[in-house]
Ligand binder design. Structure first.
Ligand SMILES: *Cc1c(COP(=O)(O)O)cnc(C)c1O
Length: 219
């Protein structure tokens, strides 16, 4: 497989001191080349693929789960997952808490705010996030570290900007109250530059690094 090494180095330079790069390796064999260049944060959005890769890759990798997580699959990733990005219900959070406790650990999570125009995307609205934040202290084995969002798939930069701004505004209200609420995960290959100007401090980049995906193997 081909890895765009120049692009990787350019992106890490752009992100320096601003944002953590999560290299999204979904549907791709893991990029040992990126690991050798120092990359330690990798993101996956299929549970099977994540556990398959985790089993044979270096143990100092931080594995991010960035997809839509089903409650019945939490147990498979609970022993090792570093950060779960797309939490979109209190029930899911409760299950993560339960599985984290069974593994004697605390799992960091982000709540996904729905910011896009597309109804197909997952996520919570502001009131639902508020309700979860009020109850989250009951759950001793999960730690809500911030927010995640996905902007609309559009060429209209203004729309994307406004969606990211919405995320940043909500993020700011909670980050003021909670010092460890300090992650804002937003920005992908097509819009990470905009995300950086709108306050993102964690970007999830796939196709720019790994080339276009072929989904045919993945239902
Ligand atoms: C696939 C994916 C990405 C990366 O997308 P690219 O456009 O390939 O950079 C980021 N975030 C999520 C949630 C994804 O599913």
């Amino acid at each position: 497989m081909s890895i765009n090494k120049e692009k990787y180095l350019k992106i890490t330079e752009e992100l320096k001191d601003k944002a953590t790069l999560v290299a999204v390796s979904k549907t791709k064999p893991i990029a040992a080349i990126l690991y050798d260049l120092g990359q330690r944060d990798f993101g996956e959005n299929y549970v099977q693929e994540l556990i398959g890769k985790q089993a044979y890759m270096a143990k100092d990798i931080h594995w991010h789960f960035i997809g839509h997580l089903q409650s019945n699959k939490v147990k498979y990733i609970a022993p090792f997952v570093h950060l779960i990005h797309g939490v979109d219900s209190f029930n899911l959070l409760k299950e993560i808490n339960k599985q984290a406790a069974l593994n004697n650990r605390t799992i960091d999570c982000l709540l996904q705010l729905f910011i896009a125009k597309e109804a197909t995307k997952f996520g919570l609205d502001e009131n639902e996030i508020k309700a979860i934040m009020q109850k989250a202290d009951e759950l001793k084995n999960v730690h809500i570290r911030g927010l995640m969002g996905m902007a609309s798939l559009t060429d209209n930069e203004q729309i994307i900007k406004e969606e990211f701004k919405k995320l940043k505004t909500l993020y700011s209200t909670y980050s003021k109250e909670h010092p460890t609420f300090n992650i804002i995960s937003t920005g992908m290959s097509s819009d990470y530059k905009i995300a950086l100007t709108e306050g993102s401090n964690m970007v999830r980049i796939g196709s720019l690094l790994f080339g276009d995906r072929n989904y045919s193997r993945f239902p």
